[in-house]
Design a protein around this ligand. Sequence first.
Ligand code: NDP
Length: 485
Amino acid sequence: MTHPAQPKASHFINGEYVEDTSGTPIPVIYAATGEQIATVYAATPAIVEQALSTAKEAQKAWAKMTGTERGRILRRAADIMRERNHELSVLETYDTGKPLQETLVADATSGADALEYFGGLAGSLTGEHIPMGEDWVYTVREALGLCVGIGAWNYPTQIACWKGAPALACGNSMVFKPSETTPLCALKVAEILHEAGAPAGIYNVIQGMGEVGGALVTDPRVDKVSLTGSVPTGKKVYAAAAAGMKHVTMELGGKSPLIIFDDADIDNAVGGAINGNFYSSGQVCSNGTRVFVQKGIKEKFLARLAERTGNAILGDPMDEATSFGPMVTENQMNIVLGYIEKGKEEGARVVCGGARADMPGYYIQPTVFADVTDDMTIAREEIFGPVMSVLDFDTEEEVIARANDTEFGLSAGVFTSDFTRAHRVIGQLEAGSCFINSYNDAPVEAPFGGVKASGVGRENSKEAIKHFSQVKSVYVRMGDVEAAF
Ligand code: NDP
């Protein structure tokens, strides 16, 4: 019998499901059991061509609709997503292995927020009138054209919506390629957008590995590329886009600092560290994986952290009591276990966890290392798993310098009861998305993205509009034209 997660077909192009089984088969594995639950086929060159030519053609009429009309479709899609939240959350859990406890509140719901928010903005994307004496200049905010979205595997529904909603609101069309690891959810986003009234060809999904992404990025018809992925992939995609002078948004990796001063509320700081390291089993780009704790509260902090981490419930992700799921793939589990071994070898102290969980599926125990130093591999490289490194510090000046001593710059957080210090420290941290006495909140209203190697551009908020549109300026002369001859 076909598994309920098996999609109707691999791709969604021109308003309908499309299959081409001559592409490379991509098995979809449920991370909680290792069982194959679906198969999709990578896009062949013919499928890539079909998606791009359809999206290019459909965009013209879409851009001519009023923003209010486009926005209405996005808001209708948001309503459908919310109505189907349970079913979409189950699919997200199959796709990623994340527990239903999380997917019910973080995935289709945040996708719906993006559709609703950008749907609401679509009718107010206007230009300016600039008086020049009798003459004037007016500006028009125009769509870029055909946008490509390429997703990572940790938030397949959210990423498909965070890219698709602002792109469509501005009058662009999109071809979206999910990660080959989690190919299922974006198809549902496409299906729902079309059910909500999006014209055929406006939002297309095709499957495939890096080569398919590469074919999309280098196609001359593509005007913009928005990638969520790792820094090495980001560098390749950015370079390929630059060769065609395309617009880019790069949402890449991080190794973000979370700084806890000794006047912080311990339980809130521990809660922030847990949210910033163990949500989605640590597979979150903005995680605060370098937890700097001021020496005065170090032992108290570690004791409370170990106690609360011990309350994590590892188990069947479909059971809503489960609060901690598996790694997305066996490969990712092995990468993370490799980092845990490195941490031990290089002399960090295991406070809790530190091994694979003794159960089927790709589970790793939530792991806390203490006595981590800045030069250790676990303090320098993005692990993308449930591994928290706790580092000690003495002074504010010292911790700011150490926090910034990294190629990354995605996020940063500070816990302190001294608000003057909180703002002073945040002001000096090199990061795009920051938190004071909190960690990892990502409402659609707030800009999200990184500095340094963590990325270019911003998703969400009004900032995203700037990255999915361009400004045309028009000078209007009322009098005669003066010319030299
Ligand atoms: P990857 O960088 O491996 O892949 C990202 C996407 O790019 C995938 O769809 C991948 O396809 C595709 N891709 C790979 N090579 C190319 C290429 N040459 N041209 C075009 N596309 C290509 O990232 P992961 O999927 O492993 O995701 C984890 C990474 O994503 C982490 O580093 C994490 O920090 C980052 N991330 C960043 C976020 C942010 O907003 N800043 C949010 C979430 C994750 P395929 O995998 O199918 O081969």
